[in-house]
Design a protein around this ligand. Structure first.
Ligand code: MG
Length: 220
């Protein structure tokens, strides 16, 4: 029986992935360097441990980026993220889950400040009983720590929860924690290998939550 729904944040609730990529791609372009997408995707759903865009660019141009360039990149990221609407179907699924009595959590490799700040701004913080972010665990995704921490907080077992993710790193984290997983890619992750998920949707607006849970149950 499914008792909980656990959402990823970046690229799933809000399309922050496009803006973060774009903010760096603009800095790279200003220095005449291409931002290699195949290296970039290692960071998506995870951290900069596998690929650090600033250090990579500094190595390519043979000098340190001035602090004002780094600060301006962060401002540009914020500007682009704030222009993003809540992704389609998210609010409906959260409301349906609450109405169905499901427990709700967020598992995110980003900081708690980033996740709770945006959720609050979007009026979507209150429905989630548990948020677990990079501040709370030793290892972010693709390790299972974040999902295990949310399961523990919600008081449900792995086979009672469904994860919703947009990236290969997120899907891997959910599967390693023993959850069933629904992939809902955004333009940046749609071309990546999401085959680890049990169900793949084009958008959360493709159908109702009841239909999605039936699909998940039928897939396993
Ligand atoms: Mg994500």
């Amino acid at each position: 029986m499914i008792r909980a729904l656990i959402f990823d944040f970046d690229g799933l609730i809000l399309d922050t992935e496009g803006p973060i990529y774009q903010s760096w791609a603009e800095v790279y372009a200003a220095h005449g360097v291409d931002l290699p997408f195949e290296l970039w995707v290692k960071t998506v759903g995870s951290s900069n441990d596998a690929f650090h865009p600033q250090f990579h660019l500094e190595e390519r141009i043979g000098s340190k980026l001035p602090q004002e360039v780094i600060d301006r990149r962060i401002e540009r990221r914020v500007e682009l993220v704030l222009a993003q609407p809540l992704l389609a179907g998210v609010a409906d699924h959260v409301a349906s889950a609450a109405a169905m009595g499901l427990r709700l959590g967020v598992a995110s490799s980003s900081s708690r400040e980033w996740v709770s700040g945006h959720l609050e701004r979007l009026g979507l913080l209150a429905p989630f009983q548990c948020l677990r972010c990079r501040d709370d665990v030793e290892h972010v995704k693709p390790e299972p720590d974040l999902y295990l921490a949310v399961l523990d907080c919600l008081g449900v077992k792995a086979d009672e929860a469904v994860a919703i993710e947009d990236s290969p790193n997120g899907i891997m984290a959910a599967k390693r924690a023993g959850l069933r997983c629904v992939a809902v890619p955004n333009p940046l992750t749609a071309g990546l290998d999401l085959s680890g998920a049990d169900v793949r949707l084009g958008s959360l607006a493709d159908g109702t939550l009841s239909e999605l849970l039936q699909q998940v149950s039928a897939s396993t």
